[in-house]
Write a protein that binds this ligand. Structure first.
Ligand SMILES: *[C@@H]1O[C@H](CO)[C@@H](O)[C@H](O)[C@H]1NC(C)=O
Ligand SMILES: *[C@@H]1O[C@H](CO)[C@@H](O)[C@H](O)[C@H]1NC(C)=O
Ligand SMILES: *[C@@H]1O[C@H](CO)[C@@H](O)[C@H](O)[C@H]1NC(C)=O
Ligand SMILES: *[C@@H]1O[C@H](CO)[C@@H](O)[C@H](O)[C@H]1NC(C)=O
Ligand SMILES: *[C@@H]1O[C@H](CO)[C@@H](O)[C@H](O)[C@H]1NC(C)=O
Ligand SMILES: *[C@@H]1O[C@H](CO)[C@@H](O)[C@H](O)[C@H]1NC(C)=O
Length: 934
């Protein structure tokens, strides 16, 4: 790779890649194409979409490639393209693409990579066309204004409002003064039966902008990024807090705005209790008759609460059926002079309903109520089970606005408020955390139980499996990201339109390449392959994997693994006696990516292309990358080990924040900018080893960390997470990629240089020179032997496999591959062979089933069938899940359980993750040898 700086490089790309183009048929053999299809059934709406595409090494260079797209009917459309990842030679590995909204939805699209020379004559017309049909962005000192052709939105660059106004194509202002709202209090009552026994101070906040920027590429898709904090709106002395990043995505020809909303908790868990977090927009209603104003609130399965602010149905006197029909349909009523005068003369006696409020305080039910105005009683409206999370306010002539939250009921306690609907300016508030719920209490769940030192903590670990340490059970620095949509309307839309928007909101259409295309590009590794039903044994494995996918999806629902912070995760181990997952037992509760279920579910998606698996893995990624990881503070970059609260365990480690877990979604999504930000946050994880020793409680060599010096890191769980982050960074060519490249190459060379390679177990990493030497226990590098069952099960296998592909035999640091193949071969080898090679054997370890994929990898790389066969022996005949297990779930009902549930007491999530990964990778590395087993 030529030493081009990243910024130069992206400028170059901008000039050469970011073009859209129209009709061009390239049938030349030097061009190549990739088909993308909609995940699952074809959606009914295309409001614009972004997707990622992988390309084989060396095929396309950013300086001489243009991308064109046609839909399945052969029609060329506008395309915005950018690079999200590169191969080491500078060729494109991953591209992101955006297509505009369209009135009809094709089955799919074909993206062509065309040498620029061939398309250069076309650029002019492409540019001309872009001006008329794309997104227009105008920037002034105060505002960024984006016009999609359907709506124009103005984003202030400072102040409290994050959106100034939203206007329709006809010029109607349907939304204004969009801002974030937050409420908190400084204490929570310890009991609920006495009111007022403690004094509580209450606080109100709104957004305060610190920075606004607009993406470089804007023709088809524009991204406006707004950063800031929540700032007191009530003059209180509470400081600004809860930093946010809002990413507004706008597509050409679309009247929707997609908002990815991220918050970081930087409060004090014992004195900052969030009681409500929301997004509020005002809706201008001036001039609209009360009876022409409409409220629509999502219920269940596309259902809606449909009312007018002043209803003219059900009255004692009938205004006429044309009037009633129009109001129910949300249309402008016939002129009031045409109504029956028995009604029109008495309009002032019919109340107007100012406020509406839907509360989804559990995943099982919502309540809905309304009132005529503040100070008057609320009226209950029948509620329902699971609201799909969209609220509309507007009028038949002035237009309106809808606001919705994806996974609304799954992220309870949520809410939708409409206020002041009878005034000149109504408002919609989407509550990501409902003010009607109990405060968000992030206190530790126990008081330390009297544990006084490491000895106590280690002894407690023996019984609850919780690794506790005072002060470590802190939520300071965790984050949460929510996906919100705003839709603008010229007039109140028909119910079916809103229903289809609700579907879009909750199942945002995803464009994806085929599993074959992704596999053949090798851009997400060569350690997985398509489902293999060639033998009975392989087909049985496929059924087992399918069982896992369906079982975990079912458990999320039956066990109600929902909630503002929890949704997306699942639990670690089952309690057979109680028929419950061990939600309350130390290290057995929330899984926090233990043993890489994230990798299993993503690989399972890659090979099957299944929509259900994608949605499941996506929710997992959105959870584990945010809630289980620290984003600020001294532990920034580390994640928290499995536990009762996502942050309660004192093991803060890189293995949990492992960037590899985010990689699949990042590239497939076309470079989701929030996940990209998370990946960049992890670039300083190595520095945390200078302040926190992951092995502090068990270290016997006397080593202690100090910032900026040399630090002890494990060559398994620690290095695999650091290496994954460095490789991704090098692929992405972020501004720091040269540093990442150096760290990666240096540490790989350092491992290769150790007498026993990966078997050494750990090394001393110099935080200044980024080099790696022998561990504290063996400064002379005589040959340390320290093998742990955990080292290879947090992404090491997958990361090293990608590294070996990435460098190729020529460029790979000398000795690295054989160091890795030795580790792979010897982990499961007979003790005598281990002793012959290393002087001592590795003792009795576990997770041999999961490690069978290391054996299979060694077999493939050494082209040795005997070793491949051994992999299957380990897969079937060691530990982990047995073929003789039931491989099904049993229903438990009656008085034994709260609600009827399915249980599979023969498995734990560790087994699922490692069996799943071993199955997928063994089939890819040693599939042929399965035929000869046993
Ligand atoms: C594009 O970049 C590649 C790799 O840097 C180089 O080999 C090639 O000559 C360049 N092509 C053009 C047209 O500049
Ligand atoms: C959090 O607040 C409590 C109570 O006000 C206080 O004692 C404690 O020092 C604070 N902790 C931090 C880290 O600021
Ligand atoms: C292989 O088996 C899986 C699971 O049983 C099934 O979904 C898939 O369609 C099969 N594939 C082929 C190519 O037969
Ligand atoms: C390899 O080890 C030798 C001697 O122990 C040392 O001089 C050299 O710098 C090491 N190289 C790397 C890349 O760590
Ligand atoms: C780390 O590397 C720096 C720069 O090469 C060197 O000055 C320093 O002595 C090294 N630290 C240790 C403890 O080896
Ligand atoms: C394959 O590996 C086995 C086990 O290490 C070894 O005994 C055998 O010699 C190898 N075969 C070849 C052809 O290298």
């Amino acid at each position: 790779m030529a030493p081009l700086t990243a910024s130069l490089f992206s400028l170059y790309l901008l000039a050469l890649l970011g073009q859209s183009a129209n009709a061009l048929h390239v049938t030349n053999s030097s061009s190549s194409s990739a088909a993308v299809h909609w995940l699952g059934v074809k959606p009914s709406l295309n409001l614009g979409a972004t997707f990622g595409l992988p390309w084989p090494r060396g095929a396309y260079f950013p300086n001489d490639t243009t991308f064109l797209v046609s839909d399945s009917s052969g029609q060329s459309i506008d395309l915005q393209s950018w690079a999200t990842g590169y191969w080491p030679d500078g060729s494109l590995k991953w591209t992101g693409h955006a297509i505009p909204a369209s009135d009809s939805v094709p089955q799919g699209y074909t993206v062509k990579a065309v040498p620029s020379s061939r398309s250069s004559t076309r650029s002019n017309s492409a540019l001309r066309r872009r001006k008329t049909s794309g997104v227009t962005v105008t920037e002034s000192a105060q505002h960024i204004k984006v016009d999609t052709g359907k709506i124009s939105v103005s984003f202030p660059k400072s102040g409290n409002a994050v959106i100034d106004e939203i206007k329709t194509a006809a010029g109607k202002k349907v939304g204004k003064n969009g801002r974030l709202v937050l409420q908190s209090q400084d204490a929570v009552s310890a009991t609920s039966d006495v009111r007022g026994e403690i004094s509580i101070n209450y606080f109100n906040f709104q957004s305060r902008i610190s920075n606004v920027s607009v993406s470089d590429l804007t023709s088809v898709r524009t991204l406006v990024t707004v950063k800031g904090q929540h700032s007191p709106s009530d003059g209180s002395s509470h400081g600004d807090w809860l930093p946010f990043v809002l990413r507004f995505y706008l597509y050409a020809n679309s009247s929707a705005i997609r908002l990815v909303h991220s918050l970081v908790f930087d409060g004090n868990a014992t004195s900052d209790f969030i009681t409500g977090v929301g997004v509020r927009l005002d809706v201008p209603l001036e001039g609209e008759e009360q009876y022409n104003r409409h409220v629509r609130i999502s219920g269940v399965n596309g259902g809606f609460f449909n009312e007018a602010v002043q209803g003219i149905t059900g009255l004692r006197r009938d205004p006429g059926s044309a009037v009633r029909t129009a109001q129910v349909a949300g249309e402008k009523l016939p002129d009031i002079s045409t109504w029956a005068t028995t009604v029109s003369s008495r309009m002032r006696w019919i109340p107007t309903w100012n406020d509406y409020s839907l509360s989804q305080l559990s995943s099982d039910g919502f309540t809905l109520r309304k009132r005529t105005k503040a100070g008057q009683s609320w009226l209950n409206i029948p509620g329902g089970t699971r609201s799909e999370g969209l609220a509309y306010l507007g009028g038949a002539t002035v237009g309106g606005l809808a606001v919705g939250l994806r996974d609304f009921w799954k992220r309870y306690p949520t809410g939708l408020d409409i206020t002041n609907a009878a005034s000149d300016t109504g408002s919609i508030t989407l509550w990501l955390y409902s003010p009607l719920a109990q405060p968000l209490d992030l206190h530790p769940y126990h008081d330390g139980l009297g544990q006084e030192d490491y000895a106590d903590q280690l002894d407690a670990l023996e019984i609850t499996y919780e690794d506790y340490e005072p002060g470590f059970d802190t939520p300071y620095g965790i984050a949460r990201t929510s996906e919100i949509s705003l839709f603008a309307f010229e007039k109140t839309p028909p119910g079916e339109t809103l229903s289809s928007l609700v579907k879009h909101l909750n199942n945002p259409p995803v464009l994806v390449a085929t599993p074959e295309h992704i596999r053949d590009s090798k851009a997400l590794g060569t350690y997985w392959d398509l489902p293999n039903n060639s033998t009975q044994a392989a087909s049985t494995i496929e059924h087992h994997l399918d069982f896992f996918a369906k079982f975990y999806q079912g458990q999320v629902e039956q066990r109600r693994w929902y909630g503002f912070l929890d949704y997306g995760d699942f639990m670690h181990t089952y309690d057979v006696d109680r028929h419950m997952w061990r939600y309350d037992i130390g290290g057995y509760a929330w899984d926090n990516s233990e043993l890489s279920p994230d990798l299993f579910f993503w690989l399972y998606f890659l090979r099957t292309g299944r929509e259900d698996v994608y949605r499941f893995a996506e929710a997992l990624t959105r959870h584990t990358g945010e809630v289980d990881v620290y984003h600020i503070g001294k532990w920034k970059g580390l994640g928290t080990r499995h536990g009762v609260q996502h942050w309660s365990d004192s093991a803060k480690q890189a293995r949990i924040s492992q960037p590899q877990y985010r990689k699949y979604f990042y590239y497939l999504s076309g470079g989701d900018e929030r996940v990209g930000e998370l990946l960049e946050e992890l670039l300083d994880t190595d520095k945390t080893y200078g302040v926190l020793d992951p092995n502090r409680k068990v270290r016997t060599d006397g080593w202690t960390p100090s910032p900026g010096s040399t630090v002890a890191i494990g060559l398994g769980t620690d290095w695999s997470a650091l290496a994954a982050g460095w490789l991704i960074d090098w692929e992405r060519r972020t501004p720091r990629w040269n540093e990442s490249r150096t760290k990666l190459i240096n540490t790989m060379a350092g491992i290769a240089n150790l007498t026993n390679g990966f078997v050494t177990g750990s090394g001393l990493y110099n935080l200044t020179s980024w080099t790696l030497g022998p561990p504290p226990a063996d400064p002379a590098n005589r040959g340390n032997v320290s093998v742990s069952h955990l080292s290879a099960v947090f992404g090491l296998v997958e990361v090293v496999s990608e590294l070996i592909e990435w460098f190729g035999d020529e460029e790979l640091p000398k000795g690295f591959k054989s160091a890795w193949l030795d580790y792979c071969y010897y982990f499961g080898a007979p003790k005598a062979e281990q002793a012959a090679r290393y002087g001592v054997n590795f003792g009795t370890l576990n997770l041999y089933q999961g490690h069978s994929r290391l054996t299979a990898y060694a077999g493939r790389e050494r082209n040795n069938k005997t070793i491949e066969y051994r992999a299957w022996k380990e897969f079937y005949g060691t530990d982990g899940l047995k073929e003789s297990a039931p491989w099904n779930a049993t229903r438990v009902g009656g008085s034994k359980v709260l609600i009827p549930v399915d249980e599979a007491s023969w498995l734990a999530t560790n087994d699922v993750a490692q069996y799943g990964l071993a199955a997928i990778e063994n089939l890819a590395f040693a599939g042929d040898e399965l035929a000869s087993y046993p």
